[in-house]
Ligand binder design. Structure first.
Ligand code: PHE
Length: 462
């Protein structure tokens, strides 16, 4: 077990191991930076609109509290208690080898996610430059064709390289002067941009129709499927199940309250998702666009709407800047998971690890970048298990590996590690509730999400 002990090279990042780690405020901002990502900006608003608006919003809050919060707190607690990466921390706390291997799953998951997340993050940067330069201001342009042409070409490779370079650079600078600083500047800036765009969106003629689509409660649209969608999203949105919050947690000060931190992180995540919806739907509806989902919403419907808006190049540019920030602060947290591991396992320097892993993540992302469905990308016709490479990476990580990673965390904290309550600073009823959720409720719900995702569970409501 050499290389996983406290004397490893990477140990210099942690408080109590010769490093400074995160400041209290810095940790909250970095964790919010991780959780607020592309998921908040396009997925959450859309699934809310589709599943009964405010009714779904309430359901999502319940899922965040029942499943998201306990696992978030568990991950951070394991990181701080184990004082190491997402694999060695589990070993350090139990001295049992098999936990090290379970932990390794989340490190592989993070690396796989990083490869295609970098591609999408790259798209946002391209669209930001295009918007600011006025190239997206033509109302007669076919925005769907423009997006498919771009995503099917080789340009995304360039942008994904830019994303990996920025991410690698931030990580190479270290936890406190790299990751913390990056988030401290970008996250408050992000909120200001978001508020500017919200005021602009809500003052557009016809904006209320969009706000209504997003928020009008319609309980009749809620069904079993909405519950699982809300559950799955609470997981993804808080960056759980792939070692991210665990790794960040290992850089937290001993006297920081993890309970309060998890409330702040979940609250921040919810707030950003809510305001994002108040930007996106009023804008899309005011200009008569379809509120389609995912890629179509962000890269086709919104650019078409911004093109019709006075000063649309500016507001569109700011919107994509917002997306790029959301994506980059999440990307940093994702790549830090394998970086912390490789540094400690193989005793590499942080700089060397960051350069090597960012380069590998770029290479691994190349097949994804060239295989986006519906484009003429060179690999877009290659289907594996009926999916393009891009979709396969997305599906296998979000729906299979992340739930498995989450299950490992709940079982570890609920059954294997006996002193979690002490490290988390929880006692009495709160501790018992936390354990009850981790032992029984969360594992059961995660298994349900999993069965639903892989198609074993089908409610036939579609
Ligand atoms: N939470 C991010 C989002 O909402 C995505 C993410 C997942 C980030 C896993 C880090 C780890 O987009």
């Amino acid at each position: 077990m050499k290389g996983m002990d406290n004397k490893s090279v990477g140990a210099g990042d942690r408080p109590g191991q010769g490093g400074t780690g995160f400041s209290k405020k810095g940790f909250i901002l970095a964790a919010i930076g991780s959780s607020v990502g592309l998921g908040n900006m396009w997925k959450f608003p859309y699934i809310t609109g589709e599943n009964g608006g405010a009714a779904f919003f309430l359901l999502f809050i319940i899922c965040l509290v029942v499943v998201g919060l306990p696992i978030l707190l568990a991950e951070m607690t394991i990181g701080r208690g184990g004082r190491s990466n997402a694999s060695a921390s589990l070993f350090n706390l139990t001295n049992k080898k098999h936990w090290k291997w379970f932990g390794l799953i989340s490190i592989v998951t993070a690396f796989l996610i990083m490869s295609y997340y970098g591609v999408v993050a790259g798209w946002t940067m391209h669209y930001m430059i295009q918007s600011f330069s006025g190239a997206l201001s033509d109302v007669n342009m076919d925005y769907a064709a423009a997006f498919l042409g771009f995503a099917g070409g080789y340009m995304p490779l360039f942008w994904s390289a830019v994303v990996m370079a920025i991410t690698g650079f931030v990580i190479a600078k270290g936890v406190s002067s790299g990751i913390e600083k990056f988030n401290k500047i970008l996250i408050p800036g992000f909120l200001i941009l978001l508020l500017i765009l919200m005021v602009r969106a809500l003052t557009l003629p016809g904006a209320m129709e969009g706000a209504e689509f997003f928020l009008k409660p319609d309980f009749s649209k809620l069904n079993e499927e909405s519950v699982l969608i809300a559950l799955g999203h609470s997981f993804f949105s808080l960056s759980l199940g792939m070692g991210c919050m665990l790794t960040y947690g290992s850089y937290v000060q001993k006297d920081q309250s993890l309970g309060k931190a998890s409330l702040a992180i979940a609250g921040g995540d919810l707030l950003y998702a809510f305001v994002a919806g108040l930007v996106i739907f009023p804008t899309v509806f005011a200009y008569g666009m379809e509120p389609s989902s995912g890629v179509g919403l962000a890269f086709i419907a919104l650019p078409a709407a911004f093109a019709q808006m006075p000063l649309g190049f500016l507001f569109g540019g700011l919107f994509f800047l917002l997306l790029a920030i959301a994506a980059l602060t999440s990307a940093v947290s994702i790549l830090e998971v394998p970086v912390a591991y490789a540094m400690e396992q193989w005793k590499w320097s942080r700089k060397k690890t960051a350069i090597i892993l960012a380069s590998f993540a770029f290479l691994l992302g190349v097949p994804s970048a060239l295989s986006v469905e519906g484009t003429s990308g060179p690999l877009s016709n290659l289907l594996i298990f009926g999916k393009t490479i891009f979709d396969l990476f997305d599906f296998s990580t979000s729906y299979i590996l992340m739930p498995i990673g989450g299950l490992i965390i709940t079982l570890f904290t609920g059954y294997a590690w006996k002193r979690a309550g002490e490290e988390a600073g929880l006692t009495g009823g709160i501790y018992r509730t936390w354990m009850f959720l981790l032992r029984y409720v969360c594992p059961l719900l995660i298994i349900l999400i999993f069965l639903y995702s892989v198609g074993v569970l089908d409610f036939g409501t579609d």
